[in-house]
Design a binder for this molecule. Structure first.
Ligand code: GTP
Ligand code: MG
Length: 195
């Protein structure tokens, strides 16, 4: 699947702008700056495909990428970002929640969690929404290169314990580093197996 072409399709700012739900898609959700856009670039092997930045709040639209002309990868705006006008933040958050609870062809939501920080209360809100919407989600730890092995084990235990309370959670946690390439092939295989 990832050997095929990937392209940017469109950025969506309102539910009526979503492309037709005639093919399966997976999306990447997570706190601002957790590494969603960078992970899409690592998965597709195209550095500038999704715009990434050190400034939280970089992705402000729902960005659709075509995968092998038969599927979509969806880059979502981050949540938990307070450093923008409240009205603007609320607009993204509303759209994000509408998308996560109302997209028929969404096969799985990958919820990205910073390997240094684990699951925070803002993440819990999204996980509950996914439970309620019955959207299967899977946690992906990002920036694994920034944590020592011992610390990583502790965070993994925390994440595992929290996921156990979410009916929509898929139990396997994928650890990644977009920087070093760890876990990227694993995640590609998981996505290919889903769609
Ligand atoms: P928003 O669009 O603001 O929600 O952020 P995002 O989740 O898309 O994050 P983005 O991909 O823009 O990455 C944020 C910052 O984290 C960038 O400076 C990336 O270079 C950095 N980053 C992402 N993944 C990794 C990683 O695996 N390791 C390291 N060391 N840095 C990473
Ligand atoms: Mg982004």
């Amino acid at each position: 699947l990832f050997a095929g072409e990937t392209d940017f399709l469109k950025g969506v700012v309102a539910m009526n702008g979503l492309p037709p739900d005639d093919r399966l898609e997976v999306c990447f959700a997570g706190r601002s700056n957790v590494g969603k856009s960078t992970l899409i670039n690592a998965l597709t092997g195209r550095k500038g495909l999704a715009r990434a930045s050190n400034t939280p709040g970089r992705t402000q639209e729902i960005n659709f990428f075509t995968l092998a002309q038969s599927h979509y990868l969806v880059d979502l705006p981050g949540y938990g970002y307070a450093n923008a006008p409240l009205a603007v933040v609320e607009k993204w958050q509303r759209l994000l929640k509408q998308y996560l609870s109302g997209r028929a062809n969404l096969r799985r939501a990958f919820v990205l969690i910073d390997a240094r920080h684990g699951i925070k209360s803002v993440d819990e809100e999204i996980l509950k929404l996914l439970d309620t919407s019955a959207v299967t989600f899977q946690c992906v730890l990002t920036k694994a290169d920034k944590v020592k092995a011992a610390e990583r084990g502790k965070i993994l235990d925390q994440v595992r314990a929290k996921l156990a309370k979410h009916p929509a959670a898929f139990p396997e946690i994928i650890q990644t580093s977009s920087e070093k390439g760890d876990g990227i092939a694993t995640l590609r295989a998981v996505i290919a197996g889903l769609v």
